[in-house]
Design a protein around this ligand. Structure first.
Ligand code: ADP
Ligand code: MG
Length: 397
């Protein structure tokens, strides 16, 4: 689960990390008062969306193409005008996709004099099962771009969980970033705070880009992006309360309410499968037969008829879906339950695209019988390859 920059900065502040003073604004009327509470002489107005690249992003209508989800202003009036201008509009960045994201909140913060922009991140390194620091002197830009063109400018190393964070880790980062004097001490302290936050809050990713050296020579976190482990939210109530549902894919949100493992993709074949491995294999074979999956969905072993019905509804609510493939290998999951769910869902929402069903395993005959006697226009398939072939052919007419 991701959170907004202003929420991440509030967390950073609570750990003692250096961030600018700022105010969050959700309605244009609040902007002037909010900006008036800050010192100036520069007020930075920042669109709050769950995507990076805001500074270089551009707004959609009106004034399509107009640049900038991060604006530097020189007065309270100018700042509140910018906030008013951003609220409610759609901002497109290289991370939002062409559809962009609607700006529902704007953060106004004190401007900082910048002498250097650095890059810093903490993430879970799945290869070593440890927390890794990643840092670079090339802050402010895409780390992917730095990694591709000048990989030697990135330092990354993991921390042994037995010893945890040690001051030498911080010094290693400080020297790699070319920090001097008091900055080294600040860096050692800041990295310790970030590591503690990461562990205590079950974070998956903390990215500070840019981490700056101010004109006064101090370190400061100028941007902050954080993601948290969704499976740990049950014990992270403070983090869970920061969830902004408007930022999430509506279909994924609906699926999470029914405890379905669903991930929206941009292909045209909706998939309903049991078991994550079989779901992955199903997506692969759809690709092999020349099409692309519209989603990943593992209905799990304990799915009820209601859950299957809901899953089917979520799949059909995707406008891109031109065909559906139900692929069930019933082990713990029973084929008749799946069949009942599919039939109930189709009766409720209708079926406007071809549906291919492959059932195998526990209660398979019962499942096939339910589908056959339902009167639904279903294409039956014998195995995985046959199913993929049939659904791709049906979609392509
Ligand atoms: P994004 O990464 O989404 O583009 P950032 O918060 O990193 O957004 O802002 C983009 C750039 O805007 C930063 O690299 C920095 O140069 C500038 N900037 C952001 N916040 C401030 C601030 N408070 N004071 C001065 N400059 C800022
Ligand atoms: Mg940034």
């Amino acid at each position: 689960m991701n959170i907004h920059e202003y929420q991440a900065k509030s967390l950073l502040r609570s750990y003692g990390a250096p961030v600018s003073d700022g105010r969050i604004v959700t309605r244009a009327e609040e902007a002037k008062t909010a900006a008036g509470e800050l010192d100036g002489p520069v007020w930075v107005v920042k669109a709050q969306i769950h995507a990076g690249g805001r500074g270089k992003g551009s707004f959609k209508e009106p004034d399509a193409g107009e640049k900038g989800g991060v604006r530097l202003t020189k007065s309270v009036e100018e700042a509140s005008d910018e906030a008013r201008r951003m609220l409610g509009r759609t901002l497109v960045t290289h991370q939002t996709g062409p559809e962009g994201k609607q700006v529902g909140r704007v953060y106004i913060e004190d401007g900082s004099g910048i002498s250097r922009e650095l890059y810093l991140a903490l993430l879970v390194d799945r290869q070593t099962s440890r927390i890794s620091f990643v840092c670079s002197t090339e802050g402010g830009m895409d780390i992917e771009e730095v990694a591709a063109s000048t990989p030697d400018r990135i330092l990354s190393f993991s921390v042994d969980p037995v010893t945890g964070y040690q001051p030498f880790h911080g010094r290693r980062i400080a020297y790699a970033l070319g920090l001097e004097g008091k900055q080294v001490k600040q860096c050692v302290a800041l990295m310790g705070m970030l590591y503690r936050l990461f562990v205590e809050k079950d974070a998956e990713m903390v990215e500070i880009n840019p981490l700056i050296v101010t004109d006064e020579g101090d370190l400061k976190c100028l941007d902050a992006k954080m993601g948290f482990d969704g499976n740990a939210l049950y014990r992270q109530q403070e983090i869970a309360s920061l969830r902004d549902e408007s930022e999430e894919d509506a279909k994924e949100l609906q699926a999470s309410k029914y405890d379905l493992n669903y991930i929206a993709l941009d292909g045209e074949i909706g998939c309903m499968v049991n078991g994550a491995g079989l779901a992955m294999a199903t997506m692969d074979i759809i690709k092999l037969y020349g099409s692309a999956p519209a989603n990943f969905l593992d209905v799990g072993g304990s799915a009820t008829k209601e859950k299957v019905t809901e899953a089917f509804k979520i799949i059909t609510s995707d406008k891109n879906v031109k065909g559906i493939l139900v692929n069930i290998f019933g082990g713990i999951m029973r084929c008749d339950v799946i069949a009942e769910g599919v039939v109930a869902a189709v009766k409720e929402v209708g079926l406007e695209v071809p549906l291919v069903v492959r059932l195998e395993g526990t209660n398979v005959e019962k499942g096939k019988e339910i589908i056959k006697t339902s009167g639904l226009n279903v294409i039956a398939a014998d195995d995985l390859a046959d199913a993929a072939d049939k659904v791709v052919k049906a979609v392509n007419g």
